[in-house]
Write a protein that binds this ligand. Structure first.
Ligand code: TXA
Ligand code: MG
Length: 339
């Protein structure tokens, strides 16, 4: 535990300071009715990368984006009648809706871990709401614990786990609900319960009809579905140069020949912030595949390499991109819910 003053009662002044920190690309821990969240500007790739770094997550799972109200939510994602019905009845509250991202949302690609969907929720906690309204930005926030630890339900839990990595923890007392929000996927014809949580599935079913459990053997969350993540063209990690036809995605100062460089200075946070956007940029017709230079396997490098390894396995398993078959079939590697 370092610097005194990290933990502050959530006074209007402290909330205003937290909002300003987030607007400037910083990270802040704050209470919600479910658990404490570690928040960052959801439109800022580098700030979102800092959240992954602080949690030492070994993987890029998509994060929940917190909004003050339905109005901001509708600017970020496409709502259908079911989504609107649920938001009208249960927001603010412990319900996260997975919906198609609007292309013009401005949201970080890292926040969705490269998916075309985003999980949104309006939290029901006075401090979280004040922070969201003051900040005026969507706030990405996973639970404020180191990866693999328990979700924090008091500011002290956050201090114990992340006190040396977060400049400000807003103390709003113990969380009323104490378990994470329910995550509901509304991107398909049938709603799918991705994570049971603070709002009972029965309550949801009363509003919009039957809700399915994730398919047996299927990943518990599309955050774990590989095909959305994989570029369409084959990916070749740990390459030092491009083969004929390949694009080269570089890392570090010795990458003059690279089409893009994740970070010329070798900064892993910058690399994480650039990863999904650059993979998309290089995944185009003029290239036969994407060669990626080695990325050190420390800190955020682990999550970057995990993503690259999965994307490479996905393209191998499906024999690469095939115009008739569509994107590479989902490749399911063993998974751990590390969060
Ligand atoms: O109660 C909560 O939801 C807390 C508080 C802070 O709001 N937040 C939270 O966030 O638990 P996180 O990042 O720890 O959990 C996000 C969950 C994961 O299971 C993730 O896979 C899923 O939501 N998720 C997020 N975005 C998704 C997406 N686009 N598609 C599918 N699942 C998604
Ligand atoms: Mg968590």
């Amino acid at each position: 535990m370092t610097a005194g003053g990290v933990l502050r009662p959530a006074t209007p002044e402290a909330i205003a300071e937290a909002a300003e920190l987030i607007r400037q690309g910083g990270i802040v821990a704050f209470p919600t009715e479910t658990v404490y969240g570690l928040g960052a500007d959801a439109a800022d790739d580098r700030a979102v990368a800092a959240v992954f770094a602080a949690k030492e997550r070994p993987r890029f799972n998509p994060l929940i984006v917190h909004v003050p109200d339905l109005e901001m939510a509708e600017r970020l994602a496409k709502f259908d009648d079911r989504a609107r019905e649920l938001a009208n009845w249960h927001w603010p509250g412990p319900l996260s809706l997975v919906l198609p991202r609007r292309p013009e949302s401005g949201l970080s690609l890292l926040v969705s871990a490269g998916l075309d969907t985003v999980a949104l929720r309006a939290p029901n906690h006075a401090v979280a709401r004040a922070l969201l309204f003051t900040c005026g930005r969507p706030i990405a926030a996973p639970s404020a614990n180191p990866s693999g630890g328990l979700s924090p339900t008091t500011a002290c839990h956050v201090l114990e786990g992340l006190g040396d990595r977060v400049p400000l923890i807003l103390d709003g007392g113990p969380c009323r609900v104490g378990v994470e929000s329910t995550v509901l996927d509304l991107t398909g014809a049938t709603p799918v319960l991705l994570r049971p949580g603070g709002l009972a599935a029965e309550v949801i079913e009363r509003r919009i009809g039957p809700v399915a459990a994730p398919e047996r053997g299927a990943p518990r969350s599309p955050g774990m579905l590989e095909r959305h993540y994989a570029p369409r063209r084959p990916l070749r990690p740990d390459a030092f140069s491009a083969r004929s036809g390949e694009a080269l995605l570089g890392f570090g100062p010795d990458a003059a020949a690279a089409h893009r460089n994740l970070s010329a200075s070798g900064d892993l946070r910058e690399a994480a912030a650039n990863l999904f956007a650059m993979l998309r940029e290089l995944d185009r017709d003029e290239f036969t595949g994407i060669a990626v230079m080695p990325v050190p396997n420390t800190g955020l490098g682990r999550a970057i390499n995990d993503r690259l390894r999965r994307a490479a396995a996905g393209s191998r398993a499906a024999g690469g991109w095939n115009e008739e078959r569509g994107p590479a079939a989902p490749c399911r590697l063993p998974d751990e819910d590390d969060d």
